[in-house]
Design a protein around this ligand. Structure first.
Ligand SMILES: [Zn+2]
Ligand SMILES: [Zn+2]
Length: 436
């Protein structure tokens, strides 16, 4: 475990160039750049502020380029071949998505297309082009835009979740059919490993500091910290960019006209606009979608012409009855416990802000980080169903198709993920007289 970097807590704005604010709780800090092989954490909310990454640009470029080269074969080559009584069927990722559209699951198919194909490619392409530009010192005006969208979309690129979905499909079907791993599977495993490595290698703070236009670093920039003036023409309240974490000190005049971050172009707000209301709205939608998602069938299995519809819970019970406790627990966690935890956790956080319950804020901040981290793993069940519906197509012998709950369950996952995006964690720490 890397030791923590030291901090000098600073409660009053100064002309110190290293002055910054925690993006999670807005505490003013100095010296947040981690030393070699160290990590810097916020002393108030425990947010990871910076982790030193050696040779970040070269590693990011080479790993993201490798991932892009693996992308096409991983997507189009068959992942698995399944055989029952001499008949065979294969599934690739593109094949599985196409099959969802054929089965009239347009929304589910569209979300799987975005999360398993489009967003992973965009994030890799962004990392590759931006790191190449920085490596060769050819900075272009579109690079901050690319890197900004990389930061927004990397949580929505779910090739790693899809890989776990493939493994569960293999274990699920291994009892009843012969499963053969194809070249596409090995390309996809390599793609996931290299993608994770490239994202881990990228030092976001270093990338942003190199991407910053030179003019915004000068003393005439509105981003420069200012001391309060006697005639009150300067606003002393800082604004931290939600995306690149640049701290801006706009004057009253600049605050009226200056609406975009000078570094990444993101709209600047002291707090995310209507954060509480939007998060409540998305949370309520998720709660409403949870009922049909769990009551209605999610999958229809036709065995020798006899259809049988099963809900999410039926699928979990099947794994436990079959003795596959490991997969049963994984599906139970991803499909039921994680959405439930996200809904309960966000309700606790929002209620505590509404009633100004200031106790246990570090724990609530940690709970929110966990909600953000695990949110995407709920898509696991949808990916497994997409693969099963493509693989198990043996006519009269056995077929699997999606059922209505797939739509509602996807809505639950998307609503809770968007709720986490719209929530501004800094609201948890506002009016904190004890530490800020
Ligand atoms: Zn903090
Ligand atoms: Zn910014």
């Amino acid at each position: 475990m890397a030791p923590l970097a030291s901090y000098v807590k600073n409660t009053a704005p100064s002309l110190n160039r290293a002055l910054t604010a925690c993006p999670s709780c807005d505490l003013l800090l100095t010296g947040t750049t981690a030393l070699e092989n160290h990590a810097a954490l916020c002393p108030r909310c425990n947010e990871l502020l910076h982790r030193d990454k050696h040779n970040s640009i070269v590693k990011t470029f080479s790993l993201s380029l490798t991932a892009i080269l693996l992308y096409i074969p991983a997507l189009f080559l068959p992942l698995l071949t399944m055989g029952i009584l001499g008949t065979e069927s294969t599934a690739s990722i593109i094949n599985a998505i196409y099959n969802l559209f054929v089965q009239q699951q347009f929304f589910v198919g569209f979300i799987v297309l975005l999360t398993a194909v489009i967003f992973p490619f965009f994030t890799l392409f962004s990392l590759c082009t931006v790191s190449f530009g920085l490596l060769t010192d050819h900075k272009k005006s579109w690079m901050p835009w690319m890197f900004r969208h990389y930061n927004h979309l990397r949580g929505w690129a779910m090739t790693d979740v899809f890989l776990v979905g493939i493994l569960i499909t293999i274990i699920k079907m291994a009892h009843s059919a012969e499963i053969e791993l194809n070249l596409g599977f090995f390309c996809f495993v390599s793609l996931v490993v290299v993608t994770i490595a490239s994202q881990t290698a990228s030092d976001r703070r270093l990338f942003w500091s190199l991407l910053e236009p030179t003019c915004t670093k000068t003393t005439s920039s509105p981003s420069k910290p200012r001391a309060p003036s006697k005639d009150n023409t300067h606003v002393t309240k800082h604004v931290v960019c939600h995306t690149c974490h640049k701290m801006v000190w706009p004057s009253k005049k600049e605050a009226q006209s200056y609406s975009k971050c000078p570094r990444c172009g993101e709209k600047l707000h002291h707090r995310k606009k209507n954060s509480i209301m939007r998060t409540w709205a998305l949370l309520c939608s998720a709660i409403l979608f949870t009922f049909p998602a769990n009551i209605l069938p999610i999958m229809e299995v036709e065995y020798f012409g006899v259809p049988e519809r099963s809900t999410i819970l039926d699928g979990i019970v099947y794994f436990f009855q079959d003795g596959s406790y490991g997969i049963g627990i994984v599906i139970l966690t991803a499909s039921i416990l994680v959405p439930l935890f996200k809904i309960i956790g966000l309700t606790i956080i929002l209620t505590s802000i509404h009633f100004q319950w200031h106790t246990g804020r570090r724990h609530k901040a940690a709970m929110f980080r966990l909600i953000e981290f695990i949110g995407r793993w709920s898509m696991l069940d949808i990916f497994v169903i997409a693969l099963l519906c493509t693989l198990v197509q043996f006519g009269f012998l056995s077929t699997i198709t999606t059922a209505p709950a797939a739509f509602y369950f996807t809505c639950v996952v998307i609503s809770t993920m968007l709720a986490a995006v719209t929530f501004d964690t800094r609201l948890l720490w506002d009016n904190d007289e004890s530490t800020s």
